[in-house]
Design a binder for this molecule. Structure first.
Ligand SMILES: Nc1ncnc2c1ncn2[C@@H]1O[C@H](COP(=O)(O)OP(=O)(O)OP(=O)(O)O)[C@@H](O)[C@H]1O
Ligand SMILES: C[C@@](O)(CCO)CC(=O)[O-]
Length: 424
C-alpha cells in the first residue's frame, strides 16, 4: 500500500469540571477538550528500518533510535495484532510486552555519542511509542521506519491531559503509518460521531490511546483519552460519553500552580484510601457524582445567568471540599482559591490534583480588567494563568507530504492555523 510520506497529527488536552477521581470508580464526570492547548506530532517516513522519537518537551536533548528488528514482535499474539478485525476486537493490555520492552527502551540511547540519562518520565513516553508500534506493526505498509517529532503547548503533568493527547496523537499516527486507517475527508468535526460505533476509526484510535494511558497512569478511567479523541464538552460514565450543551459557553481561568505531581501515584493513593475505608470513601465518590448530575440538570434548566453561575460556583466549592477529603489537595491549590476568592470567584483543582492546575469559573459579569487584575495577582506569586473555553475539535490530521516539513513543524508557533486539517 502506498501512503503519504508525512503525517501531521494533533489532539487537544482536556479539563475536568466535575468528577475527577470519582470517574475511576464508574461515577459520572463532566469534561471538555481544551481548544488552544494541544499536542502536535509529525510522522516522517524512513526507509532504513529505524524508529526515531524526539521528546524535547520532556527535556530529552537527543533523539532515541531503535532498529525495528529489535522489537519483540513474538510477544504479540497474532490474534491481538491490528489486522482487519481490530475494529471489532476488545483490546487486552499486554503486560508481557511492556515488561519485555523495558530494556529495549534504554537501548534507544545506545547509538548516541552524547551521554544523556533517560529519566523515568522519558522512559514511560518511549515505552508507549514502542508498545503501540510493536502491537500495530503491519508488514504490508510502504513505510520502513518512522521519525516522530513532538511539540505541545500543554504543560506536562499539570492535570490538563498532556499524557492523553500524547497517547491519542501516537495512536493516530501509528495507525495511519502502519496502514490501519486512512486520512479522513471531513474539514470539520462531525459532532454526532458515535463513541460506541466500534467500526469507526475514532473508536479504534481511542481504544489504542487507552492502552497507552494504562502504561502512563496504571488504571485510568478513559475519560482523558476519550475527550482528547472526540473533543467537545461531555459527561462521561464508564466509557459512555454524552454531549453537554451549554458547557461550551462557560469561560474559565486555568492556573498552573507549577507544583509537579504524578497522576499514577495520586490515583493509586485514592485507591488505597478507598480500600481501607470503603464506608467513608464510597459515599464521598457518590456525592461527587451527585455534583455532576446537578450540573447536568442546571446547565439547561432555563435558570437566569445569575442563578446559573451562583449554582455552578456552589458546585465548585462542594467538589473542592469533597475531593480534598480524598487527600489530593495541595496548599498551592488553596492559595489559588484564596486569591480568586478575593475577587469573589470560585475555584477547584482539575485533573488528578496534588498541585497541577486549578479551574476558576469566569462569570459573565467579570470584566476584562478584572481578569487582568486576577491574573496579575496570581502570576505575581509565581503561578501561570490562561483564560480558556472548552469544546474544541478532537483528533485532527493532515497529509503533510508536501505541505509541512520538519523545520516548519519545529518553528511554527501556531500549528492550528495551517490549512487543511481533516477530522474523522
Ligand atoms: N509532550 C509530551 N512529550 C512526551 N511525553 C509526554 C508529553 N506530554 C505528556 N507526556 C507523557 O505523559 C506523562 C505525564 O502524564 P500525567 O498524567 O502525569 O500528566 P497529565 O496528563 O498532564 O495530567 P492529568 O492526567 O492529570 O490530566 C509524561 O510523563 C510523559 O510520559
Ligand atoms: C484523576 C483522574 O480522574 C483524571 C486525570 O485527568 C484519573 C482518571 O480518570 O483516569
Amino acid at each position: 500500500m502506498s501512503l503519504p510520506t508525512r503525517y501531521l497529527v494533533s489532539a487537544p488536552g482536556k479539563v475536568i469540571l466535575f468528577g475527577e477521581h470519582a470517574v475511576v470508580y464508574g461515577k459520572t464526570a463532566i469534561a471538555g477538550s481544551l481548544d488552544g492547548l494541544r499536542t502536535y506530532m509529525l510522522f516522517e517516513k524512513r526507509n532504513d528500518g529505524f524508529l526515531e522519537l524526539n521528546l524535547p518537551k520532556l527535556d530529552l536533548r537527543y533523539p532515541l533510535i531503535w532498529p525495528i528488528s529489535a522489537l519483540p514482535f513474538s510477544k504479540v499474539a497474532p490474534a491481538s495484532k491490528a489486522t482487519d478485525n481490530t475494529f471489532s476486537q476488545e483490546l487486552t493490555f499486554n503486560e508481557e510486552l511492556l515488561k519485555t520492552l523495558k530494556p529495549i527502551v534504554l537501548e534507544g540511547n545506545s547509538g548516541n555519542q552524547n551521554s544523556q540519562e533517560i529519566n523515568e518520565l522519558q522512559q514511560v513516553a518511549a515505552s508507549v511509542f514502542l508498545y503501540l508500534y510493536t502491537s500495530l506493526e503491519d508488514k504490508q505498509t510502504s513505510w520502513c521506519g518512522t521519525t516522530v517529532h513532538v511539540t505541545s503547548n500543554l504543560p506536562v503533568g499539570a492535570g490538563l491531559g498532556s499524557s492523553a493527547s500524547y497517547s491519542v496523537c501516537l495512536a493516530t499516527g501509528l495507525l495511519l503509518v502502519l496502514g490501519h486507517i486512512t486520512i479522513p475527508n471531513y474539514d470539520e468535526r462531525i459532532s454526532d460521531s458515535n463513541i460506541s460505533d466500534s467500526s469507526s476509526p475514532m473508536n479504534l484510535i481511542n481504544r489504542w490511546a487507552f492502552q497507552a494511558e494504562k502504561i502512563i497512569h496504571g488504571v485510568p478511567s478513559g475519560i482523558d483519552n476519550t475527550v482528547s479523541t472526540y473533543g467537545g464538552a461531555v459527561s462521561f460514565t464508564k466509557g459512555v460519553m454524552e454531549n453537554v450543551s451549554g458547557f461550551q459557553s462557560l469561560r474559565f481561568l486555568l492556573t498552573n500552580t507549577k507544583v509537579p505531581r504524578n497522576t499514577r501515584i495520586l490515583v493509586a493513593n485514592v485507591r488505597i484510601l478507598h480500600d481501607k475505608y470503603p464506608h467513608i470513601v464510597v459515599p464521598i465518590l457518590e456525592a461527587i457524582e451527585g455534583i455532576s448530575a446537578s450540573f447536568k440538570e442546571i446547565i439547561n434548566s432555563g435558570d437566569s445567568e445569575k442563578e446559573l453561575n451562583q449554582k455552578i460556583e456552589e458546585l465548585i466549592d462542594l467538589n473542592h471540599y469533597l475531593i480534598n477529603s480524598l487527600g489530593v489537595g495541595h496548599p498551592s491549590i488553596d492559595k489559588v482559591r484564596e486569591i480568586t476568592a478575593q475577587y469573589s470567584l470560585h475555584s477547584k483543582l482539575t485533573g488528578a490534583g496534588g498541585g497541577g492546575c486549578v479551574l476558576t469559573l469566569l462569570r459573565d459579569d467579570v470584566t476584562n480588567d478584572d481578569i487582568m487584575r486576577i491574573m496579575h495577582a496570581l502570576t505575581s506569586v509565581g503561578f501561570e494563568c490562561f483564560e480558556t473555553k472548552v469544546g474544541g475539535p478532537g483528533i485532527s490530521v493532515i497529509d503533510a507530504s508536501s505541505t509541512i516539513n520538519k523545520q516548519e513543524f519545529l518553528s511554527s508557533s501556531n500549528m492550528q492555523q495551517i490549512s487543511g486539517w481533516k477530522h474523522f
